[in-house]
Design a protein around this ligand. Sequence first.
Ligand code: SF4
Ligand code: SF4
Length: 382
Amino acid sequence: MENALERIFVADYEVDYSDVIGKKIECPEGCGLCCLCQPEVLPDERLFFRENYPRDLVKSRGSNPYYALALKKGHGSCVFLDNCTRKCKVYDNRTTYCKQYPFHIYVSDRVKVELDLSCRGVWYGTGNDALTEAKGIVEKADKRIVKALVEAKDVYRQFYANCKESGIMADQSTIRMSLSENLTNFTDLAYLSKVMDLSELEPVMTLDGLQKESKVEMADLEDAAREAAMDSMATNDPLCAPVYCDENWNWNVFMASGDKIDWTVLDDEGNINLKNSAHVSGIPLKPLEEGGEKVLADYIATLNHRDSFMGSVFSLIDSNEYEDNMANAYYGCMSTTILDLMWRASMLDHFMGTGMGSKGMQEAIIFYDMDRLDAQAIGAFV
Ligand code: SF4
Ligand code: SF4
């Protein structure tokens, strides 16, 4: 639940910092994960690159191209990341989004700062105070926030009107509260199975009094988990594939084709080297081990608190033409997300022996969270 004391007012809009309060951030040498993301170069930052590195200011690929910095070999890290030290060669002139990472400012009908858990620097519990850093970032982003807020408020207003008209509206705080009362249930495969069934069968579902299935159809759950995970890995373009930065700062990239998944490692020059392959159907969905449940429940609590997660559910509702009740869509999306994460943890364990305990789940979250935050949402990150 939001704590009113955690809210801080800047200019004429409210910013929710509750996700960063009490956290610390450090950026250890040798990581460079965020330099694989090809951040946008904002208009007032382009002059420096045009004048000094004209060939390295490019249009990104994809359906919504933007000005960005070139990548090594078109799919590796940013050209300005030093191959030997992994330090930025234009540090004082790096882009706004380089400076903002691992913070994300999500603008819906309000403003919330979220933390990217794919950054290892947020897991150590040492370094700079996250709240102080986040406030500085919000202050610098003020103009962009104000502009995005005007647009996002309109989008949300229209979205709520469509929900009411379709009779699928539900109270967001009740949905979130109910999920937070059932956090550990959501780490249980039998419970997830039941939630997924009800989200499809019931016109308006509730978690009140929901019992776990006594018998779980593991084959169905595994199919659902694989399908969710394969959605992002089914590509042969390393730029589009999910990246997992491991403890030794290797950039592991997973790409699937048909039933085969390749574990590759991207090097500092932009080369892709195959490490191993496996048949997707040969990677079972593994049960949680000691400590895994707690790490997973904490992550579910984080997702449940994120406006961007709610915004991604709203985006799904919109693309499904307002057929699903908001609560059904929310609980169904959370279940699919957890299954996706658990299958990725199983896959990391299969290839690297990370396990399904607290360490294994932490590594899976580091692998997964960047993709989660990248999901289509009706609000905007600024
Ligand atoms: S991902 Fe985090 S730890 Fe890694 S370079 Fe970026 S800010 Fe630093
Ligand atoms: S400009 Fe620097 S900090 Fe930004 S992505 Fe490139 S190397 Fe990384």
